[in-house]
Ligand binder design. Structure first.
Ligand SMILES: *Cc1c(COP(=O)(O)O)cnc(C)c1O
Length: 432
């Protein structure tokens, strides 16, 4: 009935996640609260991990893109499931290392890593630092030399494929702040330069063509573009890469109308392209990395709120105000993201009303969803916004000095806190 697999309705007509009653969770932990189904996260991680075994004969690694949802417990779960972790900042790196995450399975991204971040990565032996530009390459080489280390690196390449729409386009898309362009020759130049540097070990190249992608073709095309470049580099420099990182971006279901392909299908098709292309071009089969973020946690999480005022403006719209909003989920305010909204304590009832769900921040744009279907609600009802597991907690702010909600994990119907609710003391702690 509702979009996520881990969501259901129990005998009391309440919404459940991972077998736990969401109304009970709201009562126990207060609202707003992020709730995740741990089994769903593990299932998704396992699916990606196992597909590397199935389609690449174990010659690959699924790396969870932690910017989608990063906290210590999530890092522990990845560690237990045997995946890698991708980080894009010193903070994410620190979080992963703080639970003992093996550094050789960490991939460090970012278009402008600071000196301190690069130093921390080298110091801790991060397996793959994905270098974005020549300035960074030079800084990194210097840091590695000073520390007497060799930095394992990959280069981020712009493969010229824009897959942000259903109608993906292949263009000379050099207008991106991320990575090296192919058509200007800067990618080749960077490779040549890295090969002269004794303190960096160039393991391969990386691309990431977008997010929330439903089609398989753009991924296949990206793999082809990358391997053509591998061949060109081999021909021109004699150097053959050991690894290939194809990034993330697999789509999830936010609305009933969306139909993402099973992830195994992506893996099967893309691996077939990689294998065929390598054979054709006389390249050895590289160790392949993929970096799913949203597809691991997105549909495994929901956010629960309490309904406050319901403001019916005749002939215009009905605002349903909740005790959270853009501070815990800025995605609608940022880019009109779609979500399904459900009244958790009336989940079995029909969604007969069309409402606008508004947050409590002092911004007219603080909306969670406009003109969405919802049960008839009244103050005190519990509202659930579905598929908020990715890019919600990780994008949350303290706007209006609102404390960030806690993160609760449910496993086999039993819940526990994995991130505590922020307190006013915590928010003011650094104030002088
Ligand atoms: C954001 C990002 C990912 C994850 O993207 P999803 O759409 O969440 O799967 C992977 N790799 C890189 C480099 C990214 O920037």
């Amino acid at each position: 009935m509702y979009v996520s697999d881990c969501i259901s309705i129990n005998g009391s007509g309440n919404l459940t996640i991972g077998g736990a009653d969401t109304v009970e969770i709201a009562k126990e932990y207060g609202t707003p609260v992020y709730v995740f189904d741990e089994n769903e996260i593990r299932k998704n991680l396992a699916a990606f991990r196992d597909s590397m075994n199935e389609y690449y004969g174990g010659n690959g690694l699924a790396v969870y893109a932690s910017k989608a949802f990063c906290c210590k417990e999530m890092c522990r779960i990845c560690m237990q499931e045997g995946t890698g972790i991708d980080v894009v900042s010193g903070g994410e790196l620190y979080t992963a290392l703080s639970v003992g995450f093996p550094a050789d399975k960490i991939v460090f991204h970012g278009n402008n890593k600071t000196f301190d971040e690069l130093s921390a990565a080298v110091e801790n032996g991060v397996g793959r630092i994905v270098v974005d530009n020549i300035t960074e390459l030079e800084t990194l080489s210097r840091i590695a030399a000073e520390k007497g280390r060799t930095a394992g690196i990959m280069f981020r390449i712009k493969p010229g494929i824009d897959a942000h729409t259903h109608d993906f386009i292949k263009t000379g898309q050099i207008d991106s702040k991320f990575g090296f362009a192919l058509e200007t020759g800067e990618a080749m130049e960077a490779v040549r330069k890295a090969l002269t540097m004794p303190d960096v070990k160039l393991r391969g190249l990386h691309c990431h063509i977008g997010s929330q992608i439903f089609d398989i073709d753009p991924f296949e095309l990206a793999a082809e573009v990358m391997l053509n470049l591998y061949k060109q580099i081999k021909d021109e420099t004699g150097y053959e890469f050991d690894e290939l990182n194809l990034g993330g971006g697999f789509g999830i279901k936010y609305l009933e109308s969306e139909q993402p392909k099973p992830y195994a299908e992506y893996m099967k098709n893309v691996s077939a392209v990689v294998r065929a292309r390598c054979e054709e071009l006389g390249l050895k089969m590289p160790f392949v990395l993929i970096e799913p973020g949203r597809s691991v946690v997105g549909a495994a999480g929901i956010t629960l709120y309490t309904v406050g005022a319901v403001k019916d403006i005749p002939d215009i719209r009905t605002y349903v105000s909740i005790d959270g909003g853009m501070a815990d989920n800025p995605r609608y305010a940022l880019y009109n993201a779609d979500y399904e909204v459900v009244c958790a304590n009336k989940a079995a009832e029909e969604r007969s009303e069309t409402v606008t769900v508004a947050g409590k921040c002092c911004e007219s744009g603080d909306l969670i969803q406009e003109n969405t279907k919802l049960q008839k609600v009244e103050p005190g009802d519990i509202l659930a916004v579905l598929s908020t597991g990715a890019y919600n907690y990780s994008m949350a702010s303290n706007y209006n000095r609102i404390p960030r909600p806690p993160v609760v994990m449910v496993k086999d119907g039993v819940s526990r806190v994995v991130v505590k609710r922020e307190t006013y003391e915590k928010i003011t702690e650094n104030d002088i």
